[in-house]
Ligand binder design. Structure first.
Ligand SMILES: [Fe+2]
Length: 248
């Protein structure tokens, strides 16, 4: 039996596919001009802590952290808006569930307004809605939280740009190299194809990957509709098999 000829970079993460991810500089999305790198990127090997941290325990979660309908509401009251469940799985590039991943999410209220000191949209605040929460994935990578469907809102990009209804996500997987910040859209929203931020995506497949689909099977009758949204993080390279050169 001859050993594998290549030393495997075991434990490392697969490089990002920059043909799939949007470009950093996309002038139609104005703030990308200031935020994008001005010089060529440099590549560094990832460190051990970037590949093995952070680790989160379910003990850090509060009872209402994954219930945005109630986590900011007065006792006996609830947030205004269409009640929904958002659920799905966090997967790696091999399709394996990622357990113990911390998901944080934040969003505008049903009128499209954020509870933030720099918010400038005139839609009303909801006194019972804060707009952020968090959860940790289960053993199979699944997650779920309750919220209200956010409204679209205008933003100062072009003369009259409106964001589709969306929920922001931050995901910590099993290594800082897997950190992902993204947005989830809602199936059927007519603002999706009009949005300059969605427009930086390179394919309809990429747009579809950010669009949650209505799932009537997970609705709670007379209570909440359900939207399914799977999230894919960078995967780890696998250690190579030590196969004989003539096959198994
Ligand atoms: Fe937003």
């Amino acid at each position: 039996m001859s050993p594998a000829k290549t030393t495997p970079p075991s434990g490392g993460f697969i490089p990002r596919d920059r043909d799939w991810q949007p470009d950093a500089l996309t002038p139609g999305y104005k703030t990308s001009i200031k935020r994008s790198p001005q010089a060529a990127l440099l590549s560094f090997p990832s460190s051990l802590s970037e590949e093995t941290s952070p680790v989160f325990g379910h003990g850090l979660l509060g009872a209402l952290d994954s219930d945005l309908i109630h986590n900011y509401a007065q006792p006996g009251e609830s947030a205004i808006g269409p009640r929904i469940i958002v659920y799905g799985r966090v997967l790696d590039e091999m399709g394996r569930g990622v357990p113990g991943a911390l998901l944080e999410f934040w969003q505008a209220n049903a009128g499209g307004r954020y509870r933030h000191k720099k918010e400038s949209y005139l839609a009303a605040l909801d006194p019972n809605f804060g707009g952020c929460g968090r959860t940790i994935t289960a053993e199979d990578g699944s997650y779920e939280f309750r919220t209200i469907q956010p409204g679209p809102y205008p933003w100062p990009n072009g003369m009259n740009d409106w964001r589709p209804a969306h929920i922001h996500f931050s995901v910590f997987g099993h290594g800082f190299a897997q950190r992902l910040i993204t947005q989830m859209y809602f199936e059927g929203d007519p603002h999706i194809p009009l949005c300059p931020i969605v427009g930086i995506l390179k394919s309809q497949d990429a747009v579809d990957a950010l669009t949650a689909v209505l799932d009537m099977h997970r609705t709670v009758p007379m209570d909440s509709r359900a939207y399914k949204f799977d999230i894919v993080l960078r995967g780890r390279r696998q250690t190579y098999f030590e196969n004989r050169e003539d096959g198994m």
